[in-house]
Design a protein around this ligand. Structure first.
Ligand SMILES: Cc1cc2nc3c(=O)[nH]c(=O)nc-3n(C[C@H](O)[C@H](O)[C@H](O)COP(=O)(O)OP(=O)(O)OC[C@H]3O[C@@H](n4cnc5c(N)ncnc54)[C@H](O)[C@@H]3O)c2cc1C
Ligand code: SF4
Length: 390
């Protein structure tokens, strides 16, 4: 795996970015942030070298401030940044990640002196669960955070270390968690229905999306799902050619991983156009930097195994009245792949809130982004607090 590069700004770069902030009257950057983080405020504190307040401003609304800083897409604060209409947007996430990486010191959690006597179970320690637990602790609850896996972070653990070093998750968690009030139970899967009977006053369920979408084609058993692949890339290491089916940032992470693990070539098969891919510009450049091929407007038809190699049969798509349709008689065989990874999405079974049991994050809203999952966790905590405290 390639080492992570350029994740943070150096000191002159940070100063230059801080100096470009226009201190806009209506803070469009803050309004575009799903957790209402206030870049204007933390930038101003940083300009005055008051990094302690800058750090607090970031972490007040975002318990995974550094994590978000490294992987938040450019469609929120950066898209709204006034500078993008003058020259180019301030790289707010990178500024945020850099301030936390270089200037965060002791932990900080603003909690009431006395507990309110109520106990909440949060099931799932991904971004939504961590955010819910952190909000509930701030509101005076005692929280048990249950995680089936042996580490926190949920789907974030599938992101390659080159984009998100996993120690950053731990740093964020150690900074905001108040260990006397939020107890983490790893390798402890829980059934939401049973928790109220176990004596909890309320339950937040943030269990993510555990199922991978199927391609629905013959020979599908010859390919590997993105979850299996990204959780254990070492099991699928190859120096042959790798095909990745999908066009989002999960597919991009599979392509990065295959390249960095020694694949001789990586090809992304994308159903729609390059411009429709749900990845950031910098991810596109990173893929190009690794010589990943993009085969767009193309869908898989079937997979066959021949002499130890895999053939992917594909057909072209085209738009008819704005709708994507298969283009007849375009099926071709693409032979010689060592590995085919399917990365076309994931899903959870439908969830509905009931008395004192609130769902949050991707298991409720479908696949989203880390910052939206955090916003959802915070909302769930506020909703539960309202139910329990009238
Ligand atoms: C490969 C990949 C790349 C991504 N890249 C980006 C990106 O660049 N930028 C971005 O913003 N977002 C990205 N995302 C999306 C982001 O990771 C998710 O939106 C976010 O993690 C969802 O958070 P969550 O807490 O709802 O669920 P999850 O993160 O899925 O967490 C759910 C947790 O619940 C646990 N759990 C499940 N069932 C139980 C149970 N019964 N008991 C106890 N625990 C249980 C799971 O083990 C898991 O830890 C990416 C996702 C993937 C998969
Ligand atoms: S929108 Fe951009 S320039 Fe304006 S306050 Fe926010 S970060 Fe600064």
């Amino acid at each position: 795996m390639k080492p992570a590069k350029n994740l943070y700004l150096n000191t002159p770069q940070l100063k230059a970015e801080l100096d470009r902030c226009l201190n806009c009257k209506n803070a469009p950057c803050m309004n575009a942030c799903p957790v209402n983080c206030n870049p204007q405020e933390f930038i101003n504190y940083a300009k005055q070298q008051n990094y302690a307040e800058s750090v607090k401003t970031i972490m007040r609304n975002n318990p995974l401030g550094q994590t978000c800083g490294l992987i938040c897409p450019d469609k929120f604060c950066m898209a709204a940044c006034t500078r993008s209409r003058i020259d180019f947007a301030i790289n707010i996430p990178k500024v945020q990640a850099t301030i936390l990486e270089k200037h965060r010191q002791e932990s900080y959690c603003d909690v009431p002196a006395v507990l309110n006597g109520k106990k909440i179970a949060v099931i799932g320690a991904g971004p939504a669960g961590i955010a819910a637990a952190s909000e509930l602790v701030k509101a005076g609850y005692k929280v048990d955070l249950f995680e089936a896996d042996n580490k926190i972070g949920g789907a974030l653990n599938m992101i390659p270390e080159t984009r998100l070093p996993h120690e950053v998750l731990e740093k964020d968690w150690n900074f905001i968690c108040h260990k006397d009030r939020a107890e983490l139970h790893l390798e402890t899967p829980k059934n939401p229905e049973a928790m109220l009977a176990e004596g909890y006053d309320g339950v937040i369920v943030s269990t993510g999306e555990p199922h991978c979408m199927e391609l629905g084609i013959s020979g599908e058993e010859h390919c590997v799902s993105f979850m299996d692949y990204l959780k254990h890339p070492e099991k699928y290491q190859t120096d042959g050619r790798v095909a990745v089916v999908g066009g989002g940032n999960v597919a991009a992470d599979c392509a990065f991983t295959a390249h960095d693990n020694g694949a001789s070539g990586v090809e992304l098969f994308v159903r729609r156009r390059l411009s429709d891919m749900k990845i950031t510009r910098s991810e596109i450049f990173d893929l190009m930097d690794r010589q990943v091929d993009f085969t767009t407007m193309t869908s898989p038809e079937k997979i066959e195994k021949k002499n130890g190699k895999l053939s992917l049969f594909t057909r072209k798509n085209h738009f008819v009245d704005g709708k994507l349709r298969p283009l007849e008689n375009t099926c071709i065989e693409r032979p010689g792949f060592s590995l085919i990874v399917k990365a076309i999405g994931s899903y959870a079974d439908a969830k509905t809130d009931s008395d004192n049991v609130i769902y949050a994050g991707d298991c409720k809203h479908g696949g989203s982004t880390v910052v939206e999952a955090i916003a959802s966790g915070r909302e769930a905590a506020a909703k539960l607090d309202k139910i329990l405290n009238g």
